[in-house]
Design a protein around this ligand. Structure first.
Ligand SMILES: *[C@@H]1O[C@H](CO)[C@@H](O)[C@H](O)[C@H]1NC(C)=O
Length: 345
C-alpha cells in the first residue's frame, strides 16, 4: 500500500524517506517517515505500512459485550477563571473519538461554567484546592490517560499542583499528553518528564521554541524542522514530540513522521484542544494494542499521527460547510464523520 523510497543521507540523523501518498480517502494525504540512525550504522528500513492503516489497527471495535469505561476514561487537567473553553474542547473531543468517560479537573470557579457547556463531562472543582494532588490522585487508578494543560493558565499555585499530579501519574505509568500552559511548566522544569516514555508533548511554534531553548539552550534551527523535533525528543530522553504547524512533525527520538493531511486555512483557537483530547484516547488505545500492532513505529507515534490527521480532517470538513466562519465547535461536530472517513471506512 505504501510507496517506498529509501535514500541514505550522510550527516546527523536521516537514513531514509518513505512517503505514502494516498488518494484513497478523498483528500490527498502525505506521510513521510524518516528513520534516524546513529553514526555509521545503517539500519535497514523496515516496512512501514501506511500510517493511517496503523492507526486503524489500534482502534478498538465497537461491541455490545464491553462494559462502560473499557474503551477509555480520560482526564483533562486544566480550566481556570479565564479559560473554560479549552478543557471543554479537549474533554468533549475525547468522548467523541470514543472514550467512554471524560473527566475535567479544573478550578472551583471554572467548574460550573464547564458543566454548563455539557452534561456529558464529569467536572471536579479541585485544581486550586490545597488538596488538589491528593484529590486527583484518588481518581488516577480509574483513568487511562491524562491531558494536561488546556486552559490551565500560569498561576504558580496551580502549576505547583499540576507538578504533583504529573509526578503521581508518572509513578502510576499513566500516559500523559501535555499542551498549552502545561508546556510552559515543562519549559521551566523539563526534569518533570525527562525520560518518561509515556508522555507526548504537543507544542505549537512558540511553545516549541521555548522548549528548545530551555532544553537545548538554543533556539531551534528554523530551516530543519525534522531535525529540530528529533533533537528535542532525544534531549528529553525520547519522549514523543508533536510540533504543530503547516505540517505536523512528530518524533519519538528515533523516527520522524510528518502529517500533511489537508486541513483548512482557519486557525481559530481551540483546534489544539481537539488534538490533545483526541490524542489522549488514541494514546491509550495505541499503548494497549502495543508495538506488535503498530509494527515499526512506536505506539505513541502512531497515536499522534492519528490525532493530527483527525484534527486536520475535522478542520477541512468544517471549512467546507462554514468557510471563514468556521470555529472549533464546528470542528468538534465533524469528529464523528471525520473519524469514520479516516479510520473506519
Ligand atoms: C533515543 O533514541 C536514539 C535513536 O534510536 C538512541 O540512539 C538513544 O540512545 C535513545 N535515547 C534514550 C535515552 O533511550
Amino acid at each position: 500500500m505504501a510507496v517506498r523510497a529509501g535514500a541514505a543521507v550522510a550527516g546527523a540523523a536521516v537514513l531514509a524517506v518513505l512517503s505514502a501518498a494516498l488518494a484513497l480517502y478523498g483528500p490527498p494525504l502525505d506521510a513521510v517517515l524518516k528513520r534516524a540512525f546513529s553514526h555509521h550504522k545503517a539500519h535497514s528500513v523496515k516496512d512501514m505500512e501506511n500510517p493511517l492503516q496503523l492507526v486503524r489497527s489500534v482502534v478498538p471495535p465497537l461491541s455490545t459485550k464491553k462494559h462502560k469505561g473499557q474503551d477509555g476514561r480520560i482526564g483533562v487537567v486544566g480550566g481556570c477563571q479565564e479559560y473554560t473553553g479549552a478543557p471543554y474542547f479537549a474533554a468533549i473531543s475525547a468522548l467523541k473519538v470514543g472514550a467512554d468517560l471524560s473527566h475535567v479537573f479544573c478550578t472551583r470557579e471554572a467548574a460550573p461554567v464547564i458543566k454548563s457547556y455539557s452534561p456529558e463531562l464529569i467536572v471536579h472543582p479541585v485544581l486550586d484546592s490545597p488538596e488538589a494532588v491528593r484529590d486527583v490522585e484518588q481518581w488516577l487508578p480509574r483513568l487511562h490517560a491524562l491531558v494536561v494543560g488546556p486552559g490551565l493558565g500560569r498561576n504558580d499555585a496551580l502549576l505547583e499542583n499540576v507538578k504533583g499530579i504529573l509526578e503521581a501519574s508518572k509513578a502510576r505509568g499513566i500516559p500523559v499528553v501535555i499542551d498549552a500552559d502545561g508546556l510552559w511548566l515543562i519549559a521551566q522544569q523539563p526534569a518533570l518528564i525527562q525520560g518518561y516514555r509515556k508522555v507526548v508533548l504537543t507544542p505549537n511554534h512558540v511553545e516549541f521554541g521555548r522548549l528548545s531553548e530551555a532544553v537545548l539552550g538554543a533556539p531551534p534551527d528554523g530551516g530543519d524542522h525534522h531535525g529540530a523535533v528529533l533533537r528535542l525528543s532525544q534531549a528529553l530522553g525520547n519522549v514523543t514530540v508533536v510540533r504543530k504547524g503547516e505540517q505536523d512533525v512528530i518524533s519519538d527520538g528515533e523516527q520522524v513522521l510528518v502529517c500533511s493531511q489537508e486541513g483548512s486555512g482557519r486557525r481559530c483557537g481551540g483546534q489544539g484542544d481537539l488534538l490533545s483530547g483526541s490524542l489522549g484516547v488514541l494514546a491509550h488505545w495505541a499503548l494497549r494494542a502495543g508495538p506488535q500492532k503498530t509494527g515499526g513505529p512506536s505506539p505513541l507515534l502512531v497515536a499522534a499521527f492519528g490525532a493530527c490527521a483527525l484534527t486536520r480532517q475535522c478542520s477541512q470538513q468544517a471549512f467546507q460547510k462554514h468557510g471563514r466562519a468556521t470555529t472549533t465547535s464546528d470542528m468538534v461536530a465533524e469528529v464523528g464523520p471525520a473519524f469514520h472517513r479516516l479510520f473506519e471506512a
